[in-house]
Design a protein around this ligand. Sequence first.
Ligand code: ARG
Length: 458
Amino acid sequence: MSHIRGRFQKAADKKVAEYTSSLLFDWRLYKHDIAGSIAHARMLARQGIISKSDSVIIVQGLESIEQELAQGKFKFKAELEDIHMAIEARLIEKTGEAGGKIHTARSRNDQIALDLRLYIREAIAQTVDSVRELQRALVNLAEASMGVVMPGYTHLQPAQPVLLAHHLLAYFEMLQRDAGRFNDCRKRADVMPLGSGALAGVAYNVDREFLARELGFSQVSQNSLDAVSDRDFVLEYEAAASTCMMHLSRLAEEIILWSSAEFDFIELDEAYATSSSIMPQKKNPDVAELIRGKTGRVYGNLMAFLTTMKALPLAYNRDLQEDKEGLFNTVDTLMASLDICTGLIATLKVNAEGAARAVERGYILATDLADYLVGKGEAFRSAHEIVGRLISYAVKKGKSLPELSFAEYSSFSSLFGEDVYSITVDSSLAARDIIGGTAPKRVAQAVAAAKKTLGQGS
Ligand code: ARG
């Protein structure tokens, strides 16, 4: 743009122009850029910095440019290095001298800080909606599979029986914290930076509070140097997104395990699975694998931008332009992953028999047996030892716990009574009757509470 090369005699080298341009990716901010410019033009007129009539011309011009952009009619010129310049140049083309006044009392440095905050505010609202959808799918599946028992694991070894619903609600809790992190990030993004100018604040009588109200911000930034160079809100979104992707990746991993022949707890819907090009028997969990796999790039975007920010002197530096591609990629990846994960959960079929078979394998009631002895007066540590010996005996004999005779039990402790046979998977579940436990009654309450949180009533 000729007017901003005013001090220069030469045009930028073509390679340099390409290297420094952000237009290929920051065009995505056009709506926010125009919203900011409209508010700015109105404020300039209210404050008598430009005339009312110029402001009307500018606002109309910006509105028609927004339409051109929305309809794909806007001609992007490679020599305009970013979306701010592309829109300003078009405005001047359309409105002449009036358009030349839009950049009064403003810099691209406070302009991009504003655009990005507007963008992230919208992204957060959409992200939280998508998190809620996934939570809803998890709660629906939990409710529909209330009677299904599966082994709970530690170290991926069958440990104690749990309800599948209880397991699914663990992910509801993780996502609840994720939504909280995004909402926290929104608070810090909710600061209006215009008026900071290039770095020192502008030398005009601007009304920053008016701008904040017009653009729906609850505060204005308190330090111009900070406002043009702060990208904490980008990092916070990326950190929250990384944690959320980590949760999705854990869920994806369990879906992959559970759909294997070895576990056989669930069957994936054909619409959410792929076939093998050579092995006809296979139904592959590629969708879940990609959720797990894409977690890497979201972590990468966070690390990349943290590294970019490190040791930047105040105030604006062009390094900051590197904020956008990673952020957009993170938003796109997270939103798509949440959406796909919701579909995966909503369509999979639970195989209650497969899960029940896994509960039968292994000595999953061993803890309950130790608790039984504690109930009869044994100290937990020695109860643990007695049951350990008993299990090793049963393993040698190839017997399950119910297959052991009373005489066999009694040879390990005189405290065993006939009621030892009343220890079952059901009694084990029911015994965990505490807040946060897997007793069916408690899990039903947790489902109801989760639905209430999601605004579905109980
Ligand atoms: N494209 C720039 C960015 O994304 C906009 C701000 C440019 N400011 C400047 N002084 N060159 O950061």
